[in-house]
Design a protein around this ligand. Sequence first.
Ligand SMILES: [Zn+2]
Length: 430
Amino acid sequence: MKSMHDMFFRAGIVLRIYPSDRQKEIIRKNGSASRFVYNRLVAVNQEIFLLKKTAHLSPADRDRLSYLKNAYQDAVHIKNAVPFLSGDGIDSDMVLNAIKNYRSAWDMYRKVPGTRLPSFHKKGNDYSYKTSNHYTSKSLKNGIGLFEGSVRFLDKQHIHLPVLGRVRLKGSKQKIESLFNRTSPTRIGSVKIWIDCAGDCFVSLALGSDEPFEAYYPKTESACGIDMNLSNFLTDSEGNVVENPRYLKNSERKLIKAQRKLSNRKKRAEKENRKFYESKGYQEQRLKVAEIHRHISRQRLNFQRTEADKLVKSHDLLSVEDLKVKNLLKNHKVAKAISDVSWGQFLRILEQDCDKRGKLFIRIDPKYTTQTCSACGNVMEGDSRIKLGTEEWTCPKCGVFHLRDVNASVNIRNAGLASFHEAGIALNIT
Ligand SMILES: [Zn+2]
């Protein structure tokens, strides 16, 4: 039977779950244990890192280093050293997944420039852990699917999860219906279970199949460049400008108010020498703040998904700048505005959607996209450079009038088309 890796189409689905109090306790326990395993590896690896940097190691240091290296290599055996990791209600796959998480964070740090060293996961009010789906040899004979593994749908309202057992679920009816009606085998891969800051529980399932999860969009024979900047959400090469949504600002005002109230309650609890978790007023307000945060991020996600869908539907090729968002974030002045529009998240959604819908997506080098005249190719240099804040300009060479962002997005579109051309890939674009 095909493994998850061999399956052509991937998708993920998030479902709200309603565990009992006992089950919630198990989720919290596994979430804490998962953080414990991860942090243990952070500590071990940081010490290895420091010891390796030291020029002259004492014999004791050398012993310590080899002990740590062993501990890191045999991380799986952490279960033997820490009894509670094999205790009641602990999901053994959670430990393996926490180790895997850490190792992939470490790999990212080593391979992707700009990624930070994996650091300790702080204890917060949310709990999450990952587990895996297994099929027994018996179920493999019957064929794998959504109803056979250790993680399986019992019916449209219930799911079976490892250690937790039967849990009631709720999700988009349409999506669940379409899952139940699939004709090709659909495999469940890794599974994440979490409780968010506001106390609600969710499960996300990674799915794999040889049958697409979404229908491809019809071809439009059109290519589009997208310029992302600070004055609006995006500008495309057809001259469409998408403004930053106003409702986020409204929620932000609400958030600031709620946070102020929270900090007052904190001060009061401190003054009266009460612990935060015992202070009812503080806890109530903390939940309110968490709910506003969640509301804002859901609004933003929804907005980004809608905008991405519109673009993917109307074009065959989407070309964007390979923004070094991280580098831009270092510039303090623009940092807040950028993290606020969260371009990185939007581009990821756009890329995934192109994949799902059978469209092309390309990231191009952002060099000169703003400074080049899209009509004649003249590059504005030296004193004639277009400065930050200039909204419109006229090319001194060919005399064409440009709106800065539209001109940039046309350049981005052309650069995207050019790189396909250079690679010798013929595109059916008019
Ligand atoms: Zn020109």
